[in-house]
Write a protein that binds this ligand. Structure first.
Ligand SMILES: [Zn+2]
Length: 436
């Protein structure tokens, strides 16, 4: 969420003057999240689990209550709201759930807010004809998490949380966050605890980047192919890793339910998934930062949801998640760094069109890695062809807007671009925080 403000303090002005040669009189208020791993002791671990348990219990209780209410009133009654539910819960707490007093009151309250949001999304889906599912009950140990607000501060390497106390953070840093802390979300993944510190920070409105526009095609083996010929290899798609993941999930499904061995297998699989997630997240952050910092405009394709549902292979599933995350990261990073994001229309035939003459193929199977044009005889890598097509989407608009240097390659330029196809190139560690 970004709010433009015109009120500026002396301190802000100093920041502005030092950060830019121009006086920009707008500041952006951005929300950021800094993620760290916690290092809780046994007592704290129990407390964290308790909080996550209460958050889950409240969510399920609230959902059950809403369903009952809806049934009893034959659907005439609007679903109740989180505030009403929280008041009711507070009344019931004394008699029915006294164990809730052991934890911070934020955990159940935020849980009910999440539930309210889930219902809002569901209703929005109904209105707009989108497939957004009815809120579901949460099961134990699946997505253990809770949110807290109130007095939260860093004291050296420790994070002070309400009710739970000081928890050590694994990472050693001089500065853990900038801005004002709004809330923290604590999550458990593969039996490790992580915290997302959500902050509100003023950043100077960035100068628009003067550079060229770039089209990006996302794939499985090659994570991203840029229209200027640069490619990024997907570190997750390596065959052996996918095989290992498949083996682990198979081994889990063979274990007897409720057995110790099943728990062990579950943890092993969760660890593998977490590793995948971390590698993917790291790669995506580097890629999106590189794109947003050094291009005036970035054109990406719009992802058809229905098309992706048809293909259920594991590698595909992994890349799908990456695609959504890729777009999400680009959206906020473009705002931070001053580049523009352009999403091509869903109907745009990025892979079937010839990037040189504009001829559109009727059929193009996924196995065809090379694009061959029947009209002009162009032979080109399939992903590069799509990326080149994407960059043309933005051309007229970009030229009209600021008359930037847009690299529009003529057909003769393509051969050159393919021959100089570069090895994956990474920018040096981006200084962006791990944002979510
Ligand atoms: Zn052609």
């Amino acid at each position: 969420m970004i709010i433009y403000r015109s009120k500026i303090t002396v301190r802000d002005l100093n920041v502005l003057i030092s950060s830019s040669q121009y006086y920009i009189l707008t500041l952006m208020l951005v929300h950021k999240a800094y993620r760290y791993e916690l290092d809780p002791n046994n007592q704290q671990r129990t407390s964290l689990l308790q909080h996550a348990g209460i958050a889950r219990f409240t969510y399920n209780w609230g959902l059950d209550q809403r369903i009952k209410l809806h049934k009893n009133n034959q659907g005439n009654d609007r679903f109740t709201d989180p505030m009403k539910q929280h008041k009711l819960l507070n009344r019931l707490k004394k008699t029915q759930f006294p164990w809730m007093y052991e934890c911070s009151k934020c955990a159940p309250q935020e849980s009910l807010r999440d539930l309210g949001r889930a219902f809002k999304n569901f209703r929005r889906g109904l209105k707009e004809g989108k497939k957004i599912g009815f809120p579901r009950f949460k099961s134990k140990g699946m997505h253990d998490s809770f949110r807290l607000y109130g007095i939260i501060r860093f004291e050296g390497r420790n994070l002070q949380l309400p009710r739970i106390g000081k928890i050590r953070i694994k990472e050693r840093r001089r500065i853990y966050y900038k801005g004002r802390i709004l809330s923290v979300t604590v999550r458990r993944r593969a039996n490790r605890w992580f915290v997302s510190v959500n902050v509100e920070e003023d950043i100077a409105d960035p100068k628009p980047i003067v550079s060229y526009a770039v089209g990006v095609d996302l794939g499985i083996k090659t994570l991203a192919t840029l229209s200027d010929g640069i490619t990024f290899v997907n570190p997750c798609a390596l065959g052996s890793q996918i095989k290992k993941l498949r083996k682990l999930s198979k081994s889990l499904s063979r274990k007897k339910k409720g057995s110790r061995n099943r728990e062990k297998a579950k943890l092993r699989l969760a660890r593998m998934h977490l590793k995948f997630f971390n590698v993917r997240q790291d790669t995506l952050h580097k890629l999106t930062t590189y794109l947003a910092k050094s291009h005036s405009k970035i054109v990406i394709e719009n992802l058809g949801v229905s098309g992706m549902m048809k293909n259920r292979r594991l590698a595909r599933a992994i890349s799908d998640v990456a695609m959504y995350e890729f777009r999400r990261q680009l959206e906020y990073k473009c705002q931070w760094y001053g580049s523009k994001l352009h999403v091509a229309k869903r109907t745009f035939p990025s892979s079937k069109r010839c990037s040189s003459c504009g001829h559109k193929k009727k059929e193009l199977s996924l196995s065809e890695r090379e694009y061959e044009c029947e009209e002009c005889g162009l032979k080109i890598d399939r992903d590069l062809n799509a990326a080149l097509n994407l960059v043309t989407v933005s051309l007229p608009e970009t030229l009209n807007a600021r008359g930037e240097d847009v690299r529009r390659s003529k057909s003769s330029g393509f051969a050159m671009q393919i021959s100089v196809k570069q090895e994956p190139k990474w920018t040096d560690g981006p200084s962006c925080p791990s944002s979510s």
